[in-house]
Design a protein around this ligand. Sequence first.
Ligand SMILES: [Zn+2]
Ligand SMILES: [Zn+2]
Length: 297
Amino acid sequence: MRKKVEVDTHMHSHYSDGSDSPADVARAAAAAGLKVACLTDHDSCAGTDEYIQTATELGVFSVPAVECSAIAFDAEVHILGYNVNHRSPEFIDGLKSITAMRDLRAQRMLNKVAKILGYPNPDIEEARALTESCGPYVGTWQVRQFFVIKYGVPMETVASLTKRTGAGFEPYDNSVLRSPVELVRFIRAHGGKAVFAHIGEFWRRLVKVLGEVDARVELISLIESLVGVGLTGLEDKCYKHNELEEAMAHQLAVKYGLYCFGGSDNHGKFTPEKKMGLPDKNPIMTKARFIQFLSDD
Ligand SMILES: [Zn+2]
Ligand SMILES: [Zn+2]
C-alpha cells in the first residue's frame, strides 16, 4: 500500500510568485496532512516568520528556507537552502541583488505593456502599492493587476496582451547572479543546508546550450564541485521532471550520497496542478529523515 506523503519542502507564497500569504500556505500544508512543510520563496525570507508561526501553531514542522537563483552556462540554477539564518543582515543583504534583478524585470514588463496600451511608464513602487493585496512581489500577475486597477483595463485584455507580446515573460538580466558554487557557499555560510532544485530542468537547459555529450560532462563536473562545497541534497521527484530525468537525478543522488527530495513547487492558485504533498508520487522523505538531513554534516 502506498504510504502517505508527509514531507513537502518546496512551496511559494506571495513574497515571491505564489498567490497566497505565508499563513495561508501554512494552512494549506496542514490541510494537506503534511508533517513537514517549508516555504521556499525565491530569493526572499520576508514571509518566513509569518509562515513558521502559523505552521507551528497547526503542528507542521518547518525551518527557515529559501530558493535562490544562480547561473551556469547561461542556464538558471535554483538551489534550495534549509535552516538558513534568515535574520542575519549579511544574509538578507546577499539576497538583495537577486531581488533587485526581479524588480528590474518587472519594470521592463510594466513599461512594455504601458507602451502598447498608450500609458506613461509606470512607477514600480506605485505598482507594488496598488497590487498590495496580491503580495509585495511584482511579477507577471501583479503587472497585469496594475493595469486592471489603475486604468480599468479588463484582465482578459491585459492577460492576452502579455502573452501575445511576451511582455509577461521578459527574461531576467542573469549577469548579476552568482555561480552555483558561490551560492552553495553562501547558503552554507549562513547556516543552511543546500539542495539542488528540479535538476532535470537545468539539465534540459544545459543540453540546449551545450549539446547532450558536453552537457553530461559539465553536469557531473558541476555536481562534484557543489558536493565539494557542501551540497547535501537534490530534488529527484518533481513535476518538472519526466521519468528519465527523475531516474538520472536519483542516480546522481546515489552516486554522490545526496538526500533525495520531492517538493511540489506549489504556487497556490497559480499552479493548481502542483498539489502539496505530491499525492501521485511515492513518499521519499520522512520527518525523521528530514531532521537527520538538517543535522547531517
Ligand atoms: Zn525553481
Ligand atoms: Zn520553486
